[in-house]
Design a protein around this ligand. Structure first.
Ligand SMILES: [Zn+2]
Length: 285
């Protein structure tokens, strides 16, 4: 018996290792919470909640409206409001460049969508923040759009829902962004006088000036599991009070336990929960 040494045939058009990796990276991802490998399509179908451990990833502003409103039928308001860069601000790059990059990437003019639609058949005004747009920060445009949404709620006597997802005030607009806290809070006081319900949904993360204004002013303040909610970051607080902070500090569950939230609701139950709450507010009023 003769053994022939097989000649190694070169593979035609070999795929470089780099390319192979890129191709699979597009389809799968590792869950940052349970480290399971998850098919991205599964994650998307599950509203960006890990099918293995139920970790809640961030949801884009538009997907959030799809989650809450009926049949994707809604009217978007003030979609063309855009920042005028009042301070002509520049840090590592000009603010104007940052804005145009975010606008191109996300197809929206600023960090919030405001819409009018129906939730389980009930007309509502719904605002949804986009973290991908400069950290979901609140400048003049976000403040103005929220204020207008509140005014629409008052005028049409339709409940208001705001989904927050934000790092806080937009530093590139300085004091102008801080003024939004007062403006929005004053508008919410008028909504309260008109006895129109406001449900605030705090998602991961809700911090800074957004927590310090409308996110905590709901008739109901509810959150998603595991969300980071706070004003200043834990390191700043530790340095200020010179004390170690407790475990789980600034998570939705910790805040619920200490009376700062009314409920922690998983994303899959969110629409049902809000619908029930609105029914309770309005049908028995
Ligand atoms: Zn997971």
């Amino acid at each position: 018996m003769t053994w022939f040494k097989r000649e190694k045939k070169p593979i035609e058009n070999p795929t470089p290792a780099d390319e192979r990796r890129v191709r699979t990276e597009g389809l799968w991802m590792k869950c940052s919470a349970c480290r399971a490998i998850v098919w991205k399509k599964d994650l998307e179908a599950n509203w960006e909640v890990c099918p293995k451990c139920e970790h809640h990833f961030r949801l884009h502003a538009r997907r959030r409206l799809e989650l809450l409103l009926d049949d994707e039928l809604w009217t978007e308001h003030d979609a063309d409001l855009a920042s005028s860069d009042p301070l002509h601000f520049s840090d590592t790059k000009p603010y104007a460049t940052r804005l145009s990059e975010a606008q191109r990437k996300l197809g929206m003019k600023d960090a919030i969508l405001t819409a009018e639609g129906k939730l389980d058949g009930r007309p509502v005004i719904c605002c949804s923040m986009e973290f991908g747009f400069i950290g979901g920060s609140m400048g003049a445009v976000v403040g103005e759009k929220v204020a207008r949404a509140i005014e629409r709620s008052v005028a049409q006597s339709q409940p208001l829902i705001i989904v927050s997802c934000s790092g806080g005030a937009r530093m590139m607009e300085g004091a102008v962004s801080l003024m939004q806290l007062a403006k929005v809070s004053a508008a919410l006081a008028r909504l309260d006088e008109a006895r129109v319900p406001f449900i605030s949904i705090l998602t991961d993360p809700t911090t800074g000036g957004v927590t310090a204004s409308y996110a905590m002013l709901g008739d109901l303040n509810i959150s998603e599991p595991g969300a980071l909610i706070g004003f200043a970051g834990p390191r700043v607080i530790e340095q200020t009070i010179r004390q170690k902070l407790p475990e789980g500090f600034q998570t939705a569950e910790f805040l619920l336990e200490h009376g700062f939230l009314d409920a922690v609701v998983p994303r899959k139950d969110l629409k049902f929960y809000v619908s029930q709450a609105l029914g309770f507010f309005l049908d028995f009023a």
